[in-house]
Design a protein around this ligand. Structure first.
Ligand SMILES: [Ca+2]
Length: 243
């Protein structure tokens, strides 16, 4: 097409559009009603981009009690201080069917956190972002960790606490991802907790004397195994606070 004619055509079309718009506005005015502004066209939504960090509140609700686990329920029932990490898949601090590290053994047998803390700190900054700490509590009861912050490179949480008194029993999560399959941060996640045996002490009851397991056995579930019933021990709820 002739370029000059093309520009002329575009200019005329532009004027024509403007003229039609003015006529429409004038028509509205004539009818005695206020002209209605046409809404701007919807802007294209930007492609979704997951935030690079996310902060969560963690609530540990302990339901381990004489009513949920009646067999030989001990006096002074409590949970040791929560201990864990924000980390990536490059490290696992404990796993079902795995052998307990000295830090997990100490946590599960005594509630002590110093050895496991050192194991976590040894993974910072390469595989872990931070140590997570929380209070111990009587059971039943609840405690809250006000804020843990994850990064997209460190989207996993490991968190444990000793069932006390007990030989080597604990509850917790290992390498729990707070991102969904599409890489978005999960708004809220409740994890139902069942008891584990760390495989490091062979005592059969809550208040059994120390009986070191040699060699260590794999970490295994005690759900439904005496003295536990089939009921949960409690829940962890991770709720995003900056979403
Ligand atoms: Ca054991």
């Amino acid at each position: 097409m002739n370029p000059t004619f093309n520009r002329l055509l575009q200019t005329r079309l532009g004027r024509l559009t403007l003229t039609v718009a003015l006529v429409v506005l004038a028509a509205c005015g004539d009818s005695g009603t206020e002209p209605v502004a046409m809404p701007d066209p919807e802007p294209e939504p930007p492609p979704p981009v997951a935030a690079t960090t996310a902060t969560y509140r963690v609530v540990f609700e302990a339901t381990w009690s004489a009513s949920t686990h009646p067999t030989n329920f001990p006096g002074g029932a409590h949970f040791s201080p929560l201990i864990g990490a924000v980390h990536k898949a490059g490290v696992t601090f404990w796993a079902r069917d795995g052998i307990a590290t000295p830090g997990v053994e100490s946590m599960a047998e005594t509630g002590g956190t110093s050895t496991l803390t050192a194991e976590i700190q040894a993974q910072i900054p390469g595989n872990a972002l931070a140590v997570v700490n929380g209070s111990g509590i009587r059971s039943p009861g609840s405690t809250t960790i006000q804020a843990i912050t994850l990064r997209e490179e460190f989207p996993l949480v490991t968190l444990v606490t000793m069932i006390a008194p007990s030989p080597d029993w604990f509850v917790g999560v290992s390498g729990l991802s707070l991102r969904d399959d599409e890489g978005n941060w999960i708004e809220e996640l409740e994890v139902v907790l069942y008891p584990y045996d760390a495989g490091t002490d062979s005592g059969p009851n809550y208040t059994s004397a120390n009986d070191d397991t040699q060699p260590k056995e794999p970490i295994h579930s005690l759900r439904g195994e005496s003295p536990f019933s089939d009921q949960p021990i409690g829940t962890f709820t991770f709720a995003r606070t900056d979403g």
